[in-house]
Write a protein that binds this ligand. Sequence first.
Ligand code: ASP
Ligand code: MG
Length: 451
Amino acid sequence: MIVMKFGGTSVANYDAITRMISIVRGRLGEKPVVVVSALSKVTDLLYKIADEAAARDMKDAMDLLSQLRERHISLAKELMPDNSVLCGQACDKVNAICDELESFVSAVCAVGELSARSKAIIISNGEYLSSNIICYAMNASGIRTGFMDARKMIVTDDDYLKGEPDMNVIAERVPGIVSAAYEGADAVITQGFVSATAAGEPTVLGRGGSDYSASLIGMAVDATRIEIWTDVDGVKTADPRRVMNTRSLDKISFEEAAEMAHFGAKVLHPLTIEPAVRKNIPIYVLNSMNPEGRGTAILQNSFIEDGVKSVSCKENIFVINIFSTKMINTSGFLKRVFEIFSEYKVSVDLISTSEANISVTVDSSQNIDAVVAALSEFADVYVDSDKSQVSVIGKNIINLKGLLEQTFAPLRECKIYMISQGASYVNISFVVDRTVLNDVVQQIHKYLFEK
Ligand code: ASP
Ligand code: MG
């Protein structure tokens, strides 16, 4: 059995879905479990609908909802023109989902209050729409496809917008659901991103969470391979939007991939690696626009050579500087500081400390107000949002003679505010002014990869 996940751009429209179905057709012998995202940009649209509802703007919310319905109905008709029964069923399904969403959004508009739980319900509709239409389209194309509801499979805690999966429950539940859906079928399909609590309350896995869904399912069914189909030729040496002359990497290790995903490479959801590592399942990042391409294999460390694989970056970070003279010659200060981060669930990327100062970086998508307030009770806290973070990632890069010199040579002119090098030998990260980020990344890439 294999898991094949198709992201938003790989299911964006008629052409993409037609390509996607032919890719799946080529793999039927391996019993694919297909996981799909919402059509490209649909989740953003649903977030907007949720915001309009919270702002009690019924008219705008309803306008956006009709765009949503319109896009999916015309897609269904395009995909199944000469198969009227299935096309009719697909349109009925789309209408039923949209009707239900409309009443839900009206209710939210009426109260003008949007709980995290209601938001999770609204934003999970993109995946229900796409998975239903694609399931009908696959059946129409002759691939008998069984449908599965991810809410029955991906069980999380009650953090509605970023549910934490319960791997044991998932491993218990998924195989039975998959084999039931496989009865009389050539393939099965489900939603990425969507999940639920053990009691069945709707949750989601967080933005970009479909990759994570795919690897959780892969772990649960002991897949021989997890394929992440996207719109680029695998994992690259840097973000091609920032750097010219990037290369695709043939293979990287689970550790390198995890670091890259976490430190700014936008190819994979950062938590995708963990379930795959548990069962040592290779992950392939592949391009649905170029299905013959090799893509990138993400494998166990022993298959991977030492050396630099990528220069990644995060443009939007906060640097939190914490000063306290109480820190001098005392123990327990770090503990106190990090307990606060943990209490408010703010996750920290880089840390550097000196005798009276701790600096940390955090992703700016997190709300740090409560952390800053709590820290300010016993320390001077200063938050800097004009900085960005650059990470050079690769296996055993510490062993590479002169790497630091190579990395920093292009930076001679530029200020470096923090440096951190993990003991894992996979990552050297540092913080620079946001204004020079692109220059820095380009220079380092040139130095490391374009010789
Ligand atoms: N549709 C969701 C998002 O846009 C999940 C995903 O595509 O991975 O965040
Ligand atoms: Mg994605």
